[in-house]
Design a protein around this ligand. Sequence first.
Ligand code: UN1
Length: 510
Amino acid sequence: MKFLNELGINALNYGASTGINWLQTTSNGQFDIASPADGKAIASVYKCSSDDYEQVVNTAQAAFKTWRKMPAPHRGEIVRQIGNKLRDFKQPLGELVAYEMGKSLQEGLGEVQEMIDICDFAVGLSRQLDGSTLHSERPLHRMYDQYHPLGIVGVVSAFNFPVAVWAWNAMISAICGNVTLWKPSEKTPLTAIACQNILNEVLTANELPEGIFSLVIGDGNVLGEGMLHDKRIPLMSVTGSTRVGRHAGTSVAARFGKSILELGGNNAIILTPQADLKLAIPGTVFGAVGTAGQRCTTTRRVIIHESIYQQVKDILVKAYAGLKIGNPLDESNHVGPLIDQQAVAMFSNALEQVQAQGGKLLCGGEVLSGAGYESGCYVKPAIVEAENHYDMVQNETFAPILYLIKYSGDVHDALAIQNDVVQGLSSAIFTDSLREAENFLSHWGSDCGIANVNIGTSGAEIGGAFGGEKETGGGRESGSDAWKAYMRRQTNTINYSTELPLAQGIKFDI
Ligand code: UN1
């Protein structure tokens, strides 16, 4: 396939890079990657060995000493060049994302666009890593706070956003003066190799040392686990399920490391009687079936006022009947495959269980077979009538299942349902009522990290801080002042007087 050649993906690829060079271990086993789109083998990747890991971490530690000394705007210049290179490779990289992960080509290209956008954002930010100047209580004293880089930042990314979430972390972290060590999902290592090849060109052209952006590919329970316990990595940014994140967060905390956790969501859209359905329906359908329901921001619940419930239900079922499901590289399709057959089994199992708990399957749920569906990874997105307290509704199933939940009363009743889950990532309301919208956004409103009015739950822009509350983990990545989590903060007080007054007026004469 043309995009594989363009991105430097071979039939067999190495699984560890210090940036610039690839380590050539072939003896530690390999991952054979097949596309969920057509089930065909794409390429294989040799797993990084423990010796490789040591070499990569040592190289990164050495690189940090050079990189942190480079003025932040110069680091920004490198990130600007990376953004430009990503522009050159947007089409093939978007195609590889679609082919390896299974999301539609439009969404694959959108994901690469997120990478380009975060590069642009990081370039500007490289001149704005600001702290505050504060007034000291002591005469002729000056006080301020400043931010310093941390060292190696470990990034563990998930299969569903195989490249964008890494870029959010790596580009912000880079302008902050850190070096990054990336462990991608073992389900999508090829897109990571493609990114590393792109980076390597920029790093080489600028004669930078190895180790500024490194990549290690291996099993999560060996390599990822090792990173969690590695004291040489002061910050771990982990995207994954709540189960994975709980373990990651506690392991890193046990060694007093910092972590940024971006975990599961159980995102809801509230449709009030004042909702403009012209916006709400496409917003809900895209939120529920985009990336085949495998975004952390996927719409999993719609909380619908009883007065419009039947109408919304009918329109949604009709809209689902028109969804085209098939190869993600064919742009006429709306929905691609799930990542693998294990995900399909989880989807089927969740539907079975929710029905046993009282849910009513309104449409979809079939596993597709026959021509075009040979990979066994395609399913028909499902809509289920349900109640919020059902066990399956309370848990995130990473698949296209949309639960319809009826509410009566006012927006506060809808909010009570929305907030009554353990996750807190994204939320939305569709309403033309200012009162409803403002209540939703108020401090007694949505308890999520993201709260939208008249747009869906997914598809956040990079300029905002991304992340969620409760079991979503509390981390923030990407825009706004999320950069602060990638730096260590220091408060400085400088005395330019000829006396030594103590704070709080304490007297100490010797
Ligand atoms: C994720 O699913 O991990 O807001 C990230 C969105 C995308 C990012 C999702 N911009 O849906």
